[in-house]
Design a protein around this ligand. Structure first.
Ligand code: GCW
Length: 679
């Protein structure tokens, strides 16, 4: 067994013999004139997939044999067959359909571009991977967002910031001379879910990445990615003109600085003609930025945008900013700094906003910037690497987290203005659009550290392509492609995947608690942390537990962060009658005896969630035990062991938090709740 190296491109043998016969018959002949690198890659993938799943080597043909041929390409390449592809599917969309060409029935995969053909081929292979019929196909699909990008927080020395799957997959030392097969497999996996961009280095950037030596290495990666329709991007350090260029300043309005970046951009494009652009973390957590020179984020971003614009590159400028010197609620800082800049960014700048206002916590309300900057493109930033979700030890399927945020209604453009619609540019068609996922990939044999962490990479790609796809469908596809289509495996495992994120919220930070993890490692509980060096790193700053109660008052009587949301959202979360339990302690400080909608006291409710969370991990591992023999022994055993660790740690979280908070509530720990009442 490959221990998960092949990800969801496992291409398992089709088990059902009738189905396999039907597939083979319909795919006996292939018409696929593949001239470009991209088309060659697509053809290779098709032939590999068919061979592995069906032991089938279709015959290369020039004409259609009725009912037995698959024909693939762009209208141009398939000229003699007069294929029509609608413009509406754009440059990246594709069609997969059963059709008649010259009275002969065949399967057609067509697209306007070679990349579209790649996506079409991967999605066709998926149909076989999940054992669907291919006799009456009528699929037309296209991405709803332009930039679907993985952000690697990989350092040049191959450590990975918040990476839990081994060292960086980029072997900078051996590049550009050695192209590891991994780079190709990485690109295949991304293309299979529609990811079309990769930022290869950490946002806490090293200026060295822009040196000629490194640009040669970056070029080598770009050459691999290009074949699969993936553009390469770099994180840049704002002070690069000083550190690398020897200038005295990095002031974005200084002519010498502007020239330095313009020249640098020209140089980059001489190596990589389709270079994607820059990702920038500025004036955040000690990183340099325009504010160091009395300039704004817009000044900084626009200066870089000017340098990239002649080459059609973009700037992804992060809104993750906070500062212990700003005395107010950290929740509010990004909005305070960015909202006034709405409409001031150049067209090729996209502001990248984390899903929530603090920092990838197990549960956050949506970031108040979504919808609040109608004239500025906003790019969603999700975190696939589980910095606050148990690293690569805990099984947490994140698609429900993505969906929760994306389906939240901002009300900024009336009822139904969901976060998803805001970032898709539904309310301003002029804007560029995108979604980023902080990668969870490393050099581990299985890429992501936990076999189930692969599902978060997969789900990110699927969600960025179309945010309306349900987490359940994505999980179902992923399980069948990655493990087996045995219903007795897929259905129970899918069930616990879908619950896994809520379970983790329960044993880590229920009822709207946040930022109560161990200081700096961000692993394990640390609600007691109150000497982290600055107040907004202390857990006590966020939970504010004392003898009178617990929670952060962000209503009008407190920090009033709620005023950053549309009036409807503010009203809903401000009122105790309508604020959902999930967000309660994000916005309210309540007494320990406060009566919850369940009838329990707040204290009892908290204890109840912590116990239910730990209990759910026990249930999950019992379910997993029953899966023995349904999949390969290696992955079965690895997951089994990981679940034991997760259970121990869930218990640690539960006990640490409950006992710590009990020192304030001074109330008894009631743990005997009927199972039926478990949240
Ligand atoms: O989540 C925090 C992390 C930092 C990270 C930062 C960011 C890259 O703890 O490690 O730095 O966010 O997103 O910039």
């Amino acid at each position: 067994a490959d221990n998960g190296y092949k990800l969801w491109l496992e291409y398992n043998k089709v088990g059902n013999p009738q189905l396999a016969v039907a597939y083979r018959q319909q795919l006996s002949y292939v018409i696929f004139p593949a001239a470009s690198d991209r088309l060659k890659a697509a053809k290779f993938e098709l032939l590999t997939g068919l061979d592995e799943m069906l032991t089938l080597k279709p015959v290369d043909a020039k004409s259609i044999t009725n009912g037995q041929t698959i024909i693939i390409g762009t209208p141009q390449l398939l000229k003699s067959f007069s294929i029509a592809v609608p413009d509406s599917i754009g440059g990246e969309g594709y069609l997969i359909k059963t059709t008649l060409i010259g009275q002969k029935k065949c399967i057609l995969i067509a697209a306007n571009s070679d990349v579209g053909v790649i996506y079409g081929v991967f999605n066709f292979l998926k149909l076989i991977q999940i054992n669907q019929s291919i006799s009456k196909l009528n699929i037309s699909d296209h991405p709803r967002m332009m930039y679907r990008v993985l952000d690697h927080w990989d350092n040049l020395n191959r450590t990975v910031e918040r990476g839990y799957a081994g060292s960086s997959i980029w072997n900078w030392h051996k590049l550009p001379g050695v192209i590891d097969q991994r780079y190709i497999d990485y690109a295949r996996a991304n293309a299979s879910v529609g990811i079309n961009g990769s930022v290869v280095n950490n946002v806490n950037a090293d200026a060295l990445i822009l040196s000629p030596q490194y640009l040669l290495k970056v070029q080598a990666l770009a050459n691999v990615f290009r074949t699969y329709g993936i553009k390469i991007y770099l994180s840049v350090k704002f002070s690069s003109p000083v550190e690398l260029g020897g200038l005295k300043t990095a002031d974005p309005l200084d002519p010498a600085v502007k020239k330095w970046w313009a020249d640098k951009a020209d140089e980059i494009y001489s190596y990589i003609p389709d270079f994607g652009g820059f990702l920038v973390k500025a004036n955040s957590e000690g990183q340099p930025g325009p504010q160091s020179y009395g300039r704004t984020h817009a000044d900084g971003a626009n200066m870089l945008a000017d340098a990239l614009e002649p080459h059609h590159g973009i700037v992804m400028w992060r809104a993750f900013v906070y500062d212990n010197k700003v005395p107010d609620d950290r929740f509010k800082q990004a909005y305070n700094e960015f909202k006034p800049l709405d409409g001031k960014f150049k067209d090729n700048v996209i502001v990248q906003v984390k899903n929530g206002p603090i920092d990838f916590q197990p549960r956050e309300p949506f970031h108040p910037l979504f919808g609040a900057m109608p004239n500025t493109p906003l790019m969603m930033e999700f975190q696939l690497t589980q910095e606050y979700l148990g690293f690569s030890t805990h099984l947490v399927y994140e698609a429900p987290l993505f969906a929760e945020c994306l389906q939240s209604d901002t009300y900024t453009h009336g009822k139904g203005s969901t976060v998803a619609r805001v970032i898709k540019g539904d309310f301003n068609k002029k804007l560029i659009t995108g979604m980023a996922g902080v990668a969870n990939i490393g050099a581990d044999l299985n890429w992501c550290g936990h076999p189930f962490a692969q599902a978060n990479w997969y789900a990110f790609g699927r969600t960025a392509w179309n945010s309306d796809q349900s987490p359940a469908v994505i999980a179902d596809d992923w399980l069948r492609m990655t493990f087996t289509d045995d219903e007795n495996f897929v259905s129970p495992v899918k069930k616990f995947m879908l619950q896994s994120r809520e379970n983790t919220v329960n044993y880590m930070a229920p009822l709207g608690l946040h930022h109560i993890m161990g200081v700096s490692t961000h692993y394990g509980p640390g609600p007691w942390v109150d000497n982290a060096g600055r107040p907004d790193w202390n857990a006590t700053y966020y939970h504010k537990a004392d003898s009178s109660g617990i929670g952060f008052d962000r209503t009008g009587t407190g920090s009033n962060a709620l005023a950053q949301y549309a009036p409807e959202v503010k009203a809903r979360w401000e009122s105790l009658q309508t604020c959902p339990d999930e967000y309660l302690l994000w916005f309210h400080h309540l007494s320990w005896t406060y009566k919850m909608s369940s009838g329990r006291s707040l204290w009892d409710e908290l204890v109840y969630h912590y116990y239910a969370g730990a209990e759910s991990v026990k249930q999950m591992s019992r379910t997993w035990e029953k899966m023995e023999g349904k999949i390969d022994a290696e992955r079965f055993s690895e997951v089994k062991q990981l679940m034991q660790v997760q259970l121990n740690e869930a218990i640690t979280w539960r006990d640490a938090c409950v006992l710590y908070f009990q020192t304030f509530s001074k109330m008894p720990i009631e743990t005997t709740y009927p199972k039926s009442q478990h949240p």
